[in-house]
Design a protein around this ligand. Structure first.
Ligand SMILES: [Zn+2]
Length: 485
């Protein structure tokens, strides 16, 4: 899961398409003026999170910091929601009754292992630190909070009825935190959900992703001396090998577009000892969640068959499992209209000097212009990535944008992303993201008929009698087994 990697993705709608629902100029000006005083706090929050990166489901310090900032801004914060110690929901509301629409802002916060890096524009690991914000989730979370604060101030100033909610969503990198929050019903009464991702371009980005299910299969056998008493042994590795062979054969008889991945995570300790324990990690992806589910179930059967044939026992555990993202064109077009009304990012000489040094580490980097322009509207193209935003998008009309927080040419999950994450370039991109999110949220609350339009599109896309079924296993998440994917 989870890099916002757009390999093989093409924009279906080129050019800035039919924008919809721009907030009136006077309201936009009022919104931006109200939000400006929080800018410095938003940037400081992002920098603190960057300096203390935490892995998925271990974001204790980060979640506490975010909750504290929101509480100080007048939000009601509930921590530890959905059985996840580092998840939270923060709410600010004006108006009574069930008809007050709620706009949700998703706030990711987790970092990645293996990305120790300072803010220098060259590879520079930090001693004693293995974790780093290589996917920019420190900016993701801080901008969501900045957008929420701006939106709350605007509701207050205008007397508009509405609720703003920040969802602190842990463990995006392989832990599928949002899925457990969706399973707990936390998104059910939302009108609209908005999110963004750090990027090297500025764009509204309504792509499909791949549904993805991961699993761990432990094969238990019986150990024995491989030459003296081979008949006493049952090789757990043979269980894995037979299973992987079946998984490979299965690729011929699965629906088009299915990806099956596997690795041997453990295969024994020495060739003269028949292994009593071996581990396979598997993953299945497909654009349709129902297909991913069906293929995963066939793989579970194959694992049982492999165990039977090798005299071993298969212990199957489902890890992260996410739906594909269901893009919403109404939300995308409202985002586009409101993002287009904002002033572009501007860099000073120091920013350009930093960018030149980062680009010196790249082969044929793109022109810097893309950091200062609004790129083409992307709708409905198929991306080769997975994200736990997927589950949210089947429940609530959802919209995504990206801003240039990274030097053009930077990919997620690289040292260049970590380095730029603590630079003023990141602050400028994050500010644009926060403004675009708050303007989009305000546009929906200002003209609630847009909410109904977005909802109608979601319902048509899901089909009649749709029921959301989370694909994760029952019970709490496998806190001990989440791995970046
Ligand atoms: Zn990410």
């Amino acid at each position: 899961m989870t890099t916002k990697d757009q390999i093989g993705e093409t924009a279906q709608s080129a050019g800035n398409g039919p924008a919809l629902g721009a907030l009136p100029r006077a309201e936009l000006d009022r919104l931006l003026a109200g939000a400006a005083p929080f800018d410095a706090q938003m940037c400081a929050l992002a920098r603190r999170i960057w300096a203390h990166p935490e892995l998925g489901y271990q974001e204790h310090r980060t979640a506490a910091d975010m909750a504290e900032v929101l509480t100080a801004q007048g939000f009601d914060v509930t921590r530890g929601v959905a059985g996840l110690p580092t998840a939270f929901v923060a709410s600010w509301r004006q108006g009574d009754g069930p008809d007050v629409p709620a706009v949700g802002l998703l706030a990711e916060m987790d970092a990645l292992p293996g990305f120790s890096q300072s803010a220098a524009p060259y590879p520079d690991p930090l001693p004693g630190q293995d974790v780093g914000h290589a996917c920019g989730h420190h900016l993701f979370g801080a901008a969501a909070i900045g957008a929420a604060v701006g939106l709350a101030r605007w509701l207050e100033a205008t007397g508009t009825p509405g609720e703003v909610r920040v969802y602190g969503t842990p463990a995006e990198e392989g832990g599928a935190g949002k899925v457990y929050m969706a399973r707990a019903g936390l998104f059910d009464d939302l009108a609209i959900a908005l999110h963004w991702h750090p990027d090297d371009v500025n764009r509204v980005w309504q792509s499909r992703s791949l549904a993805s299910i991961g699993g761990r299969i432990l094969f238990h056998g019986r150990t024995a001396h491989a030459a003296q008493a081979p008949e006493a042994g049952r090789s757990a590795l043979h269980g894995v090998e037979a299973f992987h062979h079946m998984a490979s054969l299965m690729r011929e008889t699965v629906p088009q577009g299915t990806h099956i991945h596997y690795i041997v995570a453990r295969g024994g300790v020495a060739p003269n000892v028949i292994p009593d324990l071996a581990e396979s990690r598997i993953g299945v992806r497909h654009p349709d969640p129902a297909v991913a589910q069906e293929v995963f179930e066939r793989l579970e059967q194959a694992a049982r068959g492999a165990a039977m044939g090798t005299g071993t026992r298969a212990e199957i555990r489902r890890l992260g499992a996410v739906h594909s993202i269901l893009p919403n064109d109404v939300v995308g077009r409202v985002m586009l209209a409101n993002m287009a009304a904002l002033p572009p990012i501007r860099w000073d000489d120091a920013d350009h000097a930093f960018a030149a040094r980062i680009q010196a580490s790249m082969d044929r980097p793109p022109a810097l212009d893309q950091a200062f322009e609004l790129g083409p509207y992307v709708f409905g193209s198929q991306g080769a990535f997975s994200s736990d935003v997927g589950d949210v998008s089947w429940l609530v009309p959802c919209g995504a944008l990206g801003t240039a927080t990274w030097v053009p040419g930077t990919r997620p999950h690289t040292w260049q992303a970590v380095a730029a994450g603590a630079h003023p370039i990141a602050d400028k991109g994050m500010q644009l993201a926060a403004r675009a999110l708050m303007a989009t949220g305000a546009a929906f609350l200002h003209a609630p008929e847009l909410i109904a339009q977005a909802r109608a599109e979601l319902e048509a896309a899901r089909g009649p009698d749709y029921r959301y079924r989370p694909m994760v296993a029952d019970g709490p998440p496998p806190f001990d087994l989440t791995t970046p994917a």
